[in-house]
Ligand binder design. Structure first.
Ligand code: NAD
Length: 293
């Protein structure tokens, strides 16, 4: 059993923390909002009084919205790296920019601590079911120590390379996801116009060359995949604002690396307009309503 601090108990963090509790670990959670901490405390975990208290642990997992919050929580005088004990293992599972991931990883190393960037794929369903995919960047020793913990929250754990490699994998993956969700949405909208039944399109495409996660696991029309957010008025899930963040991270990375990503750029523009229309809090699969017009 390990003493684990868990910072960021939102849509993803709370179910991940609960899986660590279920596995028999002592988990102290911290969040700016009380809801996640109350839910953790009601299920055998503990509510920490602050991020610093949560970081008084052997292992600290963070699941925060973006790079800005990761910098706030880790770096600076009041940050957890300045307060945690030497040898603490930090696992940041937030999806953030490479520069922040590398800066925080370097600072942890400088202070004699171990750190990995370990963003995830699999959504809230994967977080609840403990079936997430973890893409890990960081030193071998940190990866080996983190692996048994990650295995309690995920099914596929891949060591992608040094610091930042997990984030690189994540933004590449989510660029595929943003593009594919738009593609699947366009296909359903076209089918509607052509008088083709949505269930028939699903039955065919989910078994044909149009098959992809956006179609078979997260279908953007209600009906074919009962668990998808389309069946509950596109309640997130994974918000459109988060998808826009990831697509922008991919564009930033593509620009600085000189990679040509025209569909990624187009997808970022479409999500930017959707979020600009006030739908940022909606699930990202709600993009179909925007496409429908
Ligand atoms: P969320 O907004 O539901 O949760 C983030 C939590 O962090 C919130 O509860 C918030 O109150 C808390 N928080 C923010 N700043 C804080 C601070 N300074 N101190 C303590 N707590 C703070 O977001 P989420 O959907 O759980 O996503 C978290 C991360 O996981 C994001 O980087 C996202 O891109 C990534 N992600 C999300 C999904 C998904 O399906 N939701 C899937 C894969 C990856």
């Amino acid at each position: 059993m390990a003493n684990i601090g868990f910072i960021g108990l939102g849509n993803m963090g709370l179910p991940m923390a609960l899986n660590l509790v279920k596995a028999g670990h002592a988990v102290a959670g911290s969040d700016m909002m009380p809801k996640g901490m109350e839910a953790l405390a009601a299920s055998g975990g503990k509510a920490a009084k602050s991020v610093i208290e949560a970081a008084e642990a052997d292992i600290v997992v963070t699941m925060l919205p973006a790079g800005q919050q990761v910098r706030e929580v880790y770096l600076g005088a009041g940050g957890i790296l300045a307060k945690a004990k030497k040898g603490t293992l930090f696992i940041d599972s937030s999806t953030i920019d490479l520069a922040t991931a590398r800066a925080v990883g370097a600072e942890a190393e400088r202070r004699g601590m171990l750190m990995i960037d370990a963003p995830v794929s699999g959504g809230v369903g994967g977080a609840q079911g403990g079936t997430l995919t973890f893409m890990v960047g960081g030193p071998d020793a940190a990866f080996e120590q983190a692996k048994p913990i990650l295995e309690k929250m995920g099914k596929t754990i891949v060591h992608a390379g040094g610091a930042g490699a997990g984030q690189a994998a994540k933004i590449c993956n989510n660029m595929i996801l943003g593009i594919s969700m738009i593609a699947v949405s366009e296909a359903f909208v076209l089918a509607e116009k052509l008088g083709l039944d949505k269930q028939k399109l699903f039955d065919i495409s989910s078994k044909s060359s149009g098959q992809c996660w956006s179609m078979t696991s997260y279908c953007p029309v209600p009906g074919p995949v009962p668990a998808s957010p389309a069946n509950r008025d596109y309640q997130a899930g994974f918000t459109a604002a988060m998808m826009l963040k990831d697509l922008k991270l991919a564009q930033e990375a593509a620009k600085s690396a000189g990679a040509n990503t025209p569909l990624g750029a187009e997808a970022a523009g479409i999500y930017d307009r959707y979020v600009g229309a006030g739908e940022g809090g909606r699930d990202f699969s709600g993009i179909i309503r925007f496409i429908r017009g």
